[in-house]
Ligand binder design. Structure first.
Ligand code: SAH
Length: 348
């Protein structure tokens, strides 16, 4: 994807291999140079053309004139003393801030990336949306979160979740370009089986995504079992209701064969009763899926609360009703690892 920085230089990290090749050929260079440059950018993750030591000084100077390598500045870095979770607050070249979280699991290290600066979706319990939306992130800025964290932490990232600040399907083209770069055999070469994309439920985009059959895991932020209680906490439900959403999920499964994961942020007194569990079981009954219960993370702007005990109780209800459910492990509790919280503190 071709985009430019404020001085008119091309954002080289957002270019697909074939786009880079085309531009390098236009500079009168050989095809293999494009491969070398792509590998410096996406495997060795260098931040300047000077470090591309197998290119001539003249070519490096020409690249410098035409292209920019977007880099993220680490504004704040918090490391959990409980479980090694690392949280970064990055500053973008235009002064905006985003958050990224690195989590260690038994099976490897996963990174949670942001896809937008702020969010338009307005979910009531979410800190990322309170100050509204500023702009979409470019593919380079989503990838940059991974490359910078990897370089800084020395940890090898094996999985990616698109669950940070922003709604990935509201930044569809940049996110698809990011996924293409991430899985490029010439770059990080990550299998998209190790990627989860979380959405609040933009139905036409879920349908569009299913056509690509990328192999990733789709996570749906469901959070309520019926339209009244979902609309009360998620404005998107007014546009695409629960029935339309579930129909799109069933079609997604039919097309891709990938089991869908439903996120359910449990809020005391709002969506945590036995009756809610029964409605949820009815809604999802017979569908191959998984429910991930998350005790709602308290944010200071709202009064929503929950705890692991209620989450376990709700899981018990669902199990009795034949629905496969787990309670999400809490990571980074001592560093406020839930998305949007650090940026909010920093920007006030
Ligand atoms: N916009 C996307 C992805 C970003 S949010 C989405 O809506 O899915 C990642 C997940 O965290 C979503 O399931 C979101 O609903 C949830 N979330 C946001 N704030 C939360 C909070 N305070 N407590 C628990 N989960 C929260």
């Amino acid at each position: 994807m071709i985009s430019y920085d404020s001085s008119g230089k091309i954002d080289i990290l957002s270019l697909l291999p074939e786009e880079l090749e085309q531009l390098i050929l236009e500079m009168g260079e050989k095809k293999f140079r494009a491969k070398q440059i792509f590998s410096w950018l996406h495997i060795k993750c260098v931040e300047s053309f000077d470090k591309m030591t197998d290119l001539s000084a003249q070519l490096r100077a020409e690249l410098e004139k035409k292209f920019c390598i977007k880099s993220l500045f680490i504004c704040k870095r918090l490391e959990s003393t409980v479980d090694n979770t690392l949280k970064y607050l990055y500053e973008l070249p235009d002064g905006n801030h985003i958050e990224t979280v690195v989590m260690d699991y038994n099976h490897g290290t996963t990174i949670c990336v942001s896809t937008q600066v702020g969010c338009k979706m307005g979910c009531r319990f979410c800190a990322s949306t309170i100050a509204g939306y500023k702009r979409d992130l470019l593919p380079s800025e989503i990838l940059g979160q991974i490359y910078t964290a990897q370089r800084d932490s020395g940890r090898k990232i094996g999985g990616v979740v698109l669950m940070g600040i922003g709604e990935p399907l509201d930044n569809y083209d940049n996110v698809i370009c990011f996924l293409t770069l991430l899985s490029s055999p010439q770059g990080m070469n990550m299998s998209l089986r190790h990627v989860s994309l979380s959405t609040c439920g933009i139905v036409p985009k879920i349908r569009q995504l299913s056509q690509l059959d990328l192999g990733l895991t789709l996570s749906i932020s469901l959070h309520a079992p019926d339209n009244a209680s979902r609309s009360a906490i998620m404005p998107i439900n007014e546009k695409y209701d629960v029935q339309e959403l579930i129909a799109a999920c069933k079609d997604y499964f039919k097309k891709t064969g990938r089991r869908i994961s439903f996120e359910y942020a449990l809020i005391d007194g709002h969506n945590d009763s036995r009756e809610d569990a029964e409605k949820l079981a009815k809604l999802l009954g017979g569908f191959v899926c998984h429910v991930n219960i998350i005790p709602v993370n308290k944010i200071k702007e709202r009064n929503y609360t929950s705890d692991r005990k209620s989450a376990q109780r709700f899981r018990g209800y669902l199990e009795q009703l034949g629905i496969n459910a787990t309670v999400r492990r809490t990571l980074g509790a001592d560093i406020d690892a839930a998305c949007g919280q650090l940026r909010r503190e920093y920007e006030i």
